[in-house]
Design a protein around this ligand. Structure first.
Ligand SMILES: Cc1cc2nc3c(=O)[nH]c(=O)nc-3n(C[C@H](O)[C@H](O)[C@H](O)COP(=O)(O)OP(=O)(O)OC[C@H]3O[C@@H](n4cnc5c(N)ncnc54)[C@H](O)[C@@H]3O)c2cc1C
Length: 321
């Protein structure tokens, strides 16, 4: 069971207060760090347990403008640039925060304590996986958590999508534009997605509906060669001949430590004021996938990281007047 951290137990009396603390080192956090450093705010950035964020788990990034190469390499360059501009990066994972009054209190694992006039949250949203051994083995070798990102690499190949909500339907329709056959594997005989989206998807001739089905195993050693599927009603197995498999079974925003401190939506994403990165607490800003359940791309995260640092810098300036 995970430990509960009680912020009241920690001593903040001799802690140096920072202008701004950025939480998260994915594209959104590092961009916020770059902009905040260049604005002279001397930011501190807490990396979290996935330095570089989700992109470090992917080998090819082909849709980030000006970049053609691996995810880890791109994130290393962003981190270097962030440090060069004067942002202090540290290892640590935020376990508890107190946003009830300023300065804000932050407690990071294992025992680091911080005070800050403002905070930029960029903790992302983790893609959910099925948890199969064969899935781990073939991740980035045919199995992906992002159809928008990796789908075009499977042009002309048969693929499958796992899921039954709007994201799965969107992914299937996107892939159906350039893949001859898209199998949609869903554990029930009814979809969860919106009726409008279902109607659109049903019109696509090359989407093959695999109802009442679950993935038993991803097949292949070096790359995906097929998917073994089980019919949950009959218990029978069959194999789908696909080269790509896209998981669309949801994301979990990394917001556990902000519950009760910030307004979150029904799916635990941070709510921001329209067209800004302002959260429900003045002085706390959010950017990237942790507040964006629609686009979830490196380019959009970078854009909102930039907005968060600008919002934060202007807000801090207003406090001085
Ligand atoms: C397999 C895969 C492939 C992808 N490919 C592409 C692609 O080709 N192109 C594209 O545009 N997008 C791609 N994406 C999507 C893209 O990676 C995300 O949209 C983007 O990384 C989101 O950036 P972010 O900074 O908001 O969050 P993330 O990248 O998720 O970063 C979150 C950061 O927060 C930190 N963190 C989390 N919890 C805490 C905590 N408690 N304390 C401190 N820090 C914390 C983590 O350590 C991490 O550094 C892909 C995603 C996946 C999963």
């Amino acid at each position: 069971m995970s430990k509960t951290y009680n912020i009241e137990e920690f001593d903040f009396t001799n802690v140096k207060k920072r202008n701004v603390i950025v939480i998260g080192s994915g594209p959104a956090g590092l961009t916020a760090g770059i902009y905040a450093a260049r604005a002279g705010l001397e930011p501190l950035l807490i990396r979290g347990n996935e330095p570089g964020g989700q992109l470090v788990t992917t080998t090819d990034v082909e849709n980030y403008p000006g970049w053609k190469g691996s995810g880890p390499e791109l994130m290393m360059k962003m981190e270097e640039q962030c440090q060069e501009q004067g942002c202090e990066l540290i290892y640590g994972t935020v376990k508890a925060v107190d946003f009830s009054k300023r300065p804000f209190k932050i407690l990071a694992y294992p025992d680091k304590t911080f005070l800050a006039d403002s905070v930029i949250i960029a903790t992302g949203a983790s893609a959910r996986w099925l948890g199969l051994e064969s899935e781990k083995k073939l991740q980035n070798k045919g199995i992906s958590g992002c159809a928008t990102c990796d789908g075009p690499m499977y042009r002309g190949e048969n693929v499958c999508v796992v899921g039954g909500g709007d994201v799965a339907l969107e992914d299937a329709m996107f892939l159906a534009r350039f893949c001859p056959k898209v199998h949609l594997i869903h554990r029930r005989d009814k979809l969860r997605g919106s009726i409008a989206m279902q109607k659109k998807a049903m019109q696509k001739k090359n989407i093959v509906w695999e109802w009442n089905s679950v993935v038993e195993e991803f097949l292949g050693e070096e790359e995906l060669e097929g998917v073994k599927v089980k019919d949950v009603k009959t218990g029978e197995f069959r194999t789908l001949d696909v080269k790509g498999a896209f998981l669309a079974i949801g994301h979990t925003p990394n917001t556990q430590m902000f519950k009760g401190q910030l307004d979150l939506n029904d799916h635990n994403y941070i709510i921001v004021k329209p067209n800004t990165t302002y959260t429900s607490v003045e002085g706390v800003f959010a950017c990237g996938d942790v507040m964006d359940w629609v686009y979830r791309q490196a380019a959009t995260s970078v854009g909102s990281g930039c907005k968060a640092a600008i919002d934060c810098e202007r807000w801090l300036a207003d406090q001085e007047n």
